[in-house]
Write a protein that binds this ligand. Structure first.
Ligand SMILES: Cc1cc2nc3c(=O)[nH]c(=O)nc-3n(C[C@H](O)[C@H](O)[C@H](O)COP(=O)(O)OP(=O)(O)OC[C@H]3O[C@@H](n4cnc5c(N)ncnc54)[C@H](O)[C@@H]3O)c2cc1C
Length: 607
């Protein structure tokens, strides 16, 4: 019996360390729904109990049912049938049925549509847990953002048509954006949306690389304004997978074999518009993609967790030179770095999810406020403060979301590769799951926007002062004295970041693009450093296993806060010289990438 929620000390700890009561109050709008729905929680305690129970059953399902099927899913893949239908790998169909029965397919949907109405943070935990079991299944489980987008922006009629079925797990969806000539640059989407004389909308054209394009409900980005180029010519549409939607091919790909990646031809397909014309990319897809990016960060964390555990287990039992290989400094160092990177990624991911939940809470309050304005006689200063807080969290979320996607996906690739390294030759063989984890990991830095695109999005926040403000708030937390010297190092790093930003700003936008990665890396190292120091100063009373004289499983424990302080020490001490080196590089002013490109890389190879 395995439970991927209960057996994970770090998730257990963070579940208690984070103020879930605050998030529950935000989602449940001060628990007003309990008057209407008997399954809605009446207070924070009840809500947190629900989160715990649902994660517990998902953890059990992931450990006992989904994970044992993952290898077969990987080997079988999906099949495109002659009639254009797609048959999922057996394990995927079985697991989806179980997830539907467990009523976890509407994680963040409102109660009135049969959803759980849980915070994004709990959803991130859930995605991580499922991804540890089977990263490819997550691609379908994690497409709940389709329903969220319908919930946030569609008409009441469209919501009623689809959302109950999503919550019940009766339908799955797909996010249909990419085309052969429109990948990272979605502004150049061409697929045509047009209306007949009766005002009905239709879609015509090709989309490619669509995860679960064979799903029942498709959200499609299309050009509704033929005379308008760029993002403002695009609208978002929803359609059913009827006879006018043809799956032309399934991609034959490196990893996530259980997730069908489809090329789709829309042949004058009837559809309905979501929200307003021309806001398809700029508003709705941006919202959809932000949620999906957090989803990929969670998927990455789950893959890294699986890969790390395999390596940890193997290193303890594999003997060379008369000792377990984990006794060898090079191997144990690699394992510690894997584990620390994993926990740093999780810290960033969960904090981002928390900030997004608070941002959504403020947006809801602001909407309610604008409805009430002028009627309730509230003072203007209060309304202004609400607006300011809302804007602030919007900026934080806009910066942290791409940071999490970038950091966690890169981290998961490193961890998965190092997991193979720890297993040596065995790691390269299909006998062990780490080669699957490495293949599954590879896509995470590419889809939902490549790492380069995440940096483009995150660097804006770093250079506009948002990172500085966020760090200034993190500094205000209560820390235990044991991490005081670490905080000093972080504050010194923050000064180096400030200088680097100033230098970049003096050198123009192209220079900012060139050194975007270095700037974002510094900011992430600082933010995660503060978060780990915060965890080391936790009030949560939790004990974890500790070794004595190199022996584990001896019943000895230490407080989690002590372990986190050790972890923070190693993380921050190792990163401090890296931050200094990156800052030096940024401020050196080297522009050879622009001036010497052709000479350095040589000509385009002849055919
Ligand atoms: C398995 C899989 C599943 C997918 N699922 C979906 C899905 O469900 N729905 C969907 O709509 N799409 C999906 N995609 C498409 C995916 O989102 C795109 O592949 C991705 O956004 C990159 O686009 P591209 O492949 O066209 O690469 P390109 O945009 O051609 O990029 C190539 C390289 O150029 C770099 N680059 C491009 N622009 C910039 C820039 N401005 N600054 C710096 N570097 C840049 C990129 O980082 C990359 O390294 C999926 C793709 C795969 C492989």
């Amino acid at each position: 019996m395995a439970n991927f929620y209960r057996d994970n000390d770090d998730i257990q700890f963070l579940f208690r360390h984070t103020d879930l009561g605050e998030l529950a109050a935000v989602c449940e709008e001060q628990f007003k729904f309990s008057n209407e729905y008997d399954y809605a929680p009446a207070n924070a305690e009840e809500a947190i109990h629900n989160y715990d129970m649902v994660l517990d059953s998902l953890g059990q399902l992931s450990g006992d049912f989904i994970a044992p099927r993952a290898e077969d899913v990987d080997r079988q893949g999906n099949i495109l049938n002659e009639d254009g239908s797609v048959t999922y790998a057996k394990g995927i169909s079985e697991s989806l049925e179980k997830l539907g029965q467990a009523e976890v397919m509407g994680f963040t949907l409102p109660h009135r549509f049969g959803g759980l109405n849980f915070p994004n943070l709990v959803y991130s935990m859930a995605i991580e847990i499922v991804s540890r079991a089977d990263a490819s299944l997550m691609n379908i489980f994690g497409l709940q953002g389709i329903a969220e987008t319908i919930s946030a922006f569609a008409t009441e009629e469209i919501k009623k048509k689809y959302l109950h079925d999503f919550s019940a797990g009766k339908v799955t969806g797909a996010m249909v954006l990419t085309e052969p000539d429109a990948g990272s640059d979605l502004q150049s989407v061409k697929l045509r949306a047009f209306q007949d004389d009766g005002g009905n909308w239709f879609l015509h054209g090709v989309k490619r690389f669509i995860t679960n394009g064979c799903g029942d409900v498709l959200l499609v980005l299309a050009r509704s304004e033929p005379d308008r180029s760029g993002g403002l010519g695009l609208s978002l549409f929803v359609c059913d997978r009827g006879p006018a939607v043809h799956i032309r091919r399934l991609e034959d790909k490196l990893g996530i074999h259980g997730s069908p990646t489809c090329e789709i031809f829309f042949d004058n397909t009837p559809c309905e518009i979501i929200g307003e014309r021309q806001r398809g990319l700029v508003t709705y897809v941006m919202a959809l993609m932000n949620g999906a990016r957090i989803g990929i960060a969670a998927q990455s964390t789950g893959i890294a967790e699986a890969a790390f555990r395999l390596a940890r287990d193997y290193a303890a039992s594999r003997r060379q030179f008369g000792v377990a290989i984990e006794k060898l400094p090079a191997v144990r160092d690699m394992l510690i770095d894997m584990k620390i990177a994993l926990e740093a990624g999780r810290a960033l991911l969960y904090e981002t999810s928390r900030v997004v939940d608070i941002e959504i809470g403020y947006a809801k309050r602001l909407e309610a406020d604008s409805r009430l304005r002028g009627n309730d006689g509230r003072d203007k200063a209060e309304a202004k403060q609400l607006k300011n807080e809302s804007r602030k969290y919007k900026r934080y979320a806009a910066m942290l979301t791409p940071m999490s996607k970038y950091y966690c996906s890169e981290m998961c690739n490193t961890v998965a590769y190092d997991s193979i390294q720890v297993l040596g030759g065995s790691g390269y063989m299909r006998d062990y799951a780490c080669e699957r984890h490495a293949r599954d990991a590879r896509i995470t830095t590419i889809y939902e926007g490549t790492s380069q695109l995440q940096i483009v999005a995150a660097v804006r926040g770093v250079c506009s002062g948002t990172a500085e403000k966020f760090i200034a708030e993190l500094v205000q937390q209560q820390f235990q004295p044991e991490v005081k010297d670490l905080l000093d190092k972080l504050v010194e790093g923050a000064e180096q970041l400030k200088k680097s930003v100033a230098f970049v700003k003096d050198n123009g936008n192209e220079y900012m693009d060139l050194y975007g990665r270095a700037l974002v890396d510094i900011a992430i190292d600082l933010i995660t450093g503060f978060l780990l120091c915060g965890q080391a100063s936790t009030k949560v009373d939790m004990e974890v296993a500790a070794a004595e004289d190199g022996v584990t499983d001896n019943g000895k424990t230490i407080p989690m806060r002590q372990r986190k302080a050790m972890l923070a020490r190693r993380y921050i001490t190792k990163n401090a010289p890296k931050i200094a080196a990156l800052a030096e590089l940024i401020c050196a002013g080297d522009k050879s990438t622009f001036t010497d490109y052709e000479t350095l890389i040589g000509p385009v190879p002849a055919e």
